[in-house]
Design a protein around this ligand. Structure first.
Ligand code: TSJ
Length: 641
């Protein structure tokens, strides 16, 4: 048996627990929380909050609060029953101590536990404790306040009673250990978004989030009696729904339950979020499969029966999901998470359950609301016709490019290498920046594509317009993998695609446009991690003949101090106005040379956010656009909409 894994014999077969020293967690933090970057740091909060949410799901807790304290410690409080404090016969220790000092894998402490729980729930407290410089827990229970303290997982104060109370609940405050994380700076927006999601998923539960680090506290209390119905309304807040009601469906079978809420908007994109035991499943799985199957079946059956779909015609699954916003939330006792990131639900019986629910209840809804049914069916029919038109436009585009010399656009300066895994494509805005990039690059493996002027507004355009657009078609041709349903990663000509735009508002704008386009029409590019953003320097520092650059204000100050040295020599600092201003050699050294450059990989989350900003800025709703611009005035002054 290894040092890290000691299986205690006292636990019966039905409650197998793997007890490990918390040192194991500190040795390999990434194994327990995914990473030690910002994402892992935020994960600590979710691990703690999930315990309070389990208490809420069990019916004992109504309010949860999360506070970011000055210094980036976090306090989570709930009004549940309070973590048990009695002495466990197996260990001779208070249950509370066991929760924070013993890694739980599998079974739950104290018997009973919770019926429905996400993959890792209840595992987290000891992990968070191990990775905290200090942690304090207070339990309000039996009229007493129990308190216990730890440092880096070790007990610094045994459990003791520190006062009396008439409340019940649990309060945990922890300070993430800077030795364990790349950063200990919490981002309010990240926690806010996650807590809002949890509040939507647990109808009636009130979650408040507060950021106490600034001069005045910032925060919001979120409670949604309508649950996922309100989640759909919220997702569509900047869109234009084409029917008033959110359609809600739910059901249970044995230990499993499912609820689904949908509403169509006048856009062309599918927005589906799914959850298993309140854990997001971005890779989908059986709940999504069941939903899609039933939706397609119900729309075709209703359309055919009521003469909206004629003869042998059919609408495809994709046609049925154009402009849909859907939330699917299932709960089950034996959730199987599969896929690359364990983010795909594998239980096949859930597909059957969701199909039954949607099959029955959506058909009934359509019978009772023929007006809404007609609107949705007509939208699907329109999608079907547009898809036909798009197919033709795509074929035309393919035929046309086949006739051009070598098939490649003139705005592309290709590289010599042909193996896609070694090739990089730099997408550069503006002719002068493109000129520098062409001269500065290593043409063996770096290709340059110049883009200029205003790009097509993808939000308002149908697919067929996108395929034949003159600004986008060079990009589509250069990448070589096709677009939309036809997109094929195997045919891609580059495995690194770098968006190189200026570090200003216009640069951000073009980046947003491109990301939105990739997100909607070439999503596998992002899923495969092929999209990057170049990080050009902001400042040039000069002392005599010595020149250096800085990528941030902090770095500028640091480099400037270094260059000045003890002699207090004069250092000239100038700001790069844009990429076009750099000479080819500078651009190569600071932004393109694999040995010295920084590239930021774009995640699906980045792209989703770009998509959202885009909807606000380019969509038809005026009010949210005004709000966004007012809110972001300091960044958005020059955005041309
Ligand atoms: F993660 C944690 F352990 F640190 C933590 C747990 C943090 C916070 C903020 C809250 C909680 C928590 C645990 N809230 N509520 C509970 N409930 C129980 O642990 C509990 C209480 C009573 C019984 C019982 O059977 O009587 C069982 C359980 C699991």
């Amino acid at each position: 048996m290894s040092d890290e894994t000691k299986v205690t014999q006292e636990y019966g077969g039905e409650q197998i627990q793997v007890l490990e020293g918390l040192e194991a967690v500190r040795m390999r933090p990434g194994m327990y929380i995914g990473s030690t970057s910002s994402s892992g740091l935020h994960h600590l909060v979710y691990e703690i909050v999930d315990n309070s949410i389990d208490e809420a799901l069990a019916g004992y807790c109504k309010n949860i609060s999360v506070t970011i304290n000055p210094g980036n410690s976090i306090t989570v409080t709930d009004d549940g029953r309070g973590i048990p404090v009695d002495i466990q016969p197996q260990t001779g220790k208070p249950a509370l101590e066991v929760v924070f000092t013993v890694l739980h894998a599998g079974g739950k402490f104290g018997g009973g536990g919770y019926k429905v729980s996400g993959g890792l729930h209840g595992v987290g407290a000891s992990v968070v404790n191990a990775l905290s410089e200090w942690l304090r827990v207070r339990v309000f229970k039996n009229g007493n306040i129990y308190e216990m303290k730890f440092a880096r997982g070790n007990i610094t104060q045994e459990m003791r009673i520190v006062g009396t109370t008439d409340k019940t609940g649990t309060e945990v405050t922890f300070q993430p250990d800077p030795e364990m994380f790349d950063t200990t700076q919490y981002e309010y927006e990240i926690l806010h978004t996650r807590m809002r999601e949890k509040a939507f998923l647990t109808a009636g539960l009130s979650i408040s989030i507060t950021d106490d680090r600034g001069d005045t506290p910032v925060g919001e209390t979120m409670c949604y009696e309508g649950g996922i119905r309100e989640f759909v309304t919220w997702c569509n807040r900047n869109k234009t729904p084409i029917h008033n009601d959110v359609i809600y469906m739910s059901g249970t079978k044995d230990e499993a339950s499912a609820e689904i809420a949908i509403q169509y908007n006048d856009g062309f994109n599918e927005f589906m979020l799914s959850f298993a035991n309140e854990v997001n499943t971005p890779e989908g799985g059986m709940h999504e499969t069941g939903f899609k199957t039933a939706l397609t079946r119900v729309l075709n059956a209703y359309g055919t029966k009521n003469g909206i779909i004629k003869g042998d015609d059919k609408v495809s699954g994709e046609d049925c999901r154009e402009g849909i916003t859907a939330i699917i939330s299932v709960k089950l006792t034996d959730a199987q998470f599969e896929g690359q990131t364990k983010a795909k639900l594998g239980n096949a019986y859930i597909s059957t359950l969701v199909q039954q629910i949607v099959g029955d209840q959506l058909a009934t809804y359509f019978e009772e609301h023929p007006q809404t049914a007609k609107i949705i069916l007509e939208k699907a029919m329109m999608a079907n016709r547009a898809r036909e038109a798009a197919r033709k436009a795509r074929e035309n585009a393919r035929r046309k490019t086949g006739l051009e010399s070598g098939g490649m656009p003139d705005k592309l300066q290709d590289c010599n290498e042909k193996d896609p895994s070694l090739c990089e494509l730099y997408i550069v805005e503006g002719d002068s920046a493109a000129g520098s990039a062409i001269q500065g690059r290593d043409s063996r493996f770096q290709a340059i594509l110049a883009m200029w002027g205003k790009m097509l507004n993808v939000e308002k355009a149908r697919m067929d317009k996108v395929y034949s657009n003159e600004k986008l078609s060079p990009l589509i041709t250069a990448l070589g993998g096709g677009i939309g349903e036809d997109f094929d990663v195997e045919k891609l000509r580059y495995h690194k695609i770098v968006i190189m735009s200026d570090a200003d508002v216009d640069g951000a704008h073009i980046r947003t446009l491109l990301l939105t386009f990739f997100f909607r029409y070439m999503r596998p590019l992002i899923e495969n991690g092929f999209i990057y953003s170049a990080v050009p320097p902001l400042y040039k520092l000069k002392r005599g003949k010595t020149e250096r650059v800085a990528y941030s204000d902090e770095q500028r100050d640091q480099v400037s101090a270094e260059m000045r040295g003890d002699s207090n020599a004069k250092v000239e600092i100038s700001r790069f106005k844009g990429l076009g201003e750099m000479d080819p050699h500078e651009l190569w050294e600071t932004t393109m040379d694999p040995k010295t450059r920084t590239l930021r990989r774009i995640t699906l989350e980045d792209a989703r956010r770009a998509d959202e900003i885009f909807t606000v800025l380019m969509g038809e709703q005026v009010e949210p656009r005004k709000e966004w611009i007012e809110h972001n005035a300091k960044y958005a002054i020059n955005i041309d909409i």
